[in-house]
Design a protein. Structure first.
Length: 272
């Protein structure tokens, strides 16, 4: 099925996430001739992608697009806003992936912007396995919602949110989630070393286990993680002994809840 793409799209910011989005759009069938990227310091990868695919990179005077995607660092918004404000006209859909920048923040800096979508993707978007959730302002039309679904769904799973405040919870869970999984991998490797295994073997076991468990969960999408966990756990066995610690008082559930709450609070503090 052909995705409903906008006719013209401008991406502002082509760092890791912006670059991942651009590559996902092009791989998903978005016409390169309809894409413009504005990035003052493009990486060699973005320059090579522009040369290979033929999209416009830093043209002198871009015209207002159907969709303006903001992927700069949040702290750079004030600096770049005056230069890009002319691109956000009344008919333009603004899609922002800037953590902590609310729709009100964006409209205050892009004075003519009306239809705004605030989204939170995560880094597995770079391999087409991202998870993105977004909230649309009331001015976003149905066609613009479909454009958003196509653009953000091109790099993984996509979900609409019913309220903007939920973005902070999404930031705490899927936004930062990959880092939590990487930290778990590091901790598992350190535990292996503490049990006397060589460092290289410890890390190989930890990485392979996390990668394999993730792939198994993907393939068994209809099976709840709780069932997959029980399938690995023999009553009274070694895994059960470990889970008694992880799931005991102050264990993994409580720790993750505190961690997510801290991340959500920090995301809320960053607004403005």
């Amino acid at each position: 099925m052909t995705r409903p793409w906008p006719r013209r799209l401008v991406l502002v910011g082509a760092g890791k996430m912006g670059g991942a989005l651009a590559a996902g759009w092009l791989d998903g069938g978005f016409p390169a001739g309809s894409l413009t990227i504005l990035e003052p310091s493009p990486s060699e990868g973005i320059e090579a992608l522009a040369a290979a695919r033929g999209f416009a990179l830093n043209p002198v005077d871009p015209s207002p697009p159907d969709v303006l995607v903001l992927a700069v660092k949040p702290q750079s918004l004030d600096a770049v806003a005056p230069g890009i404000a002319p691109l956000a006209v009344d008919a333009t859909l603004v899609v922002s992936i800037l953590a902590g920048k609310t729709i009100a923040d964006l409209k205050a800096r892009l004075m003519r912007a009306r239809a705004v979508v605030r989204a939170m993707p995560n880094t597995p978007a770079a391999i087409g396995r991202g998870v993105t959730a977004a909230f649309a302002s009331p001015e976003v039309a149905e066609t613009q919602r479909r454009w958003t679904e196509s653009l953000l769904g091109a790099v993984g799973a996509f979900h609409w949110l019913g309220e903007e405040a939920a973005i902070d919870a999404v930031t705490a869970i899927s936004g930062g989630g990959p880092a939590y999984v990487f930290a778990l991998t590091e901790a598992l490797a350190r535990a292996a070393e503490a049990l006397g295994l060589p460092a290289d073997l410890a890390m190989s076991l930890a990485r392979g286990t996390v990668e394999g468990a993730g792939e198994l969960m993907r393939r068994e999408a209809g099976t709840p993680p709780s069932v997959l966990r029980r399938n690995v756990t023999s009553p009274g066995g070694a895994t059960a002994a470990a889970l008694a610690v992880l799931q005991g008082e102050g264990g993994l559930d409580a720790l993750m809840t505190r961690a997510a709450a801290a991340a959500r609070a920090r995301a809320a503090d960053m607004a403005g």
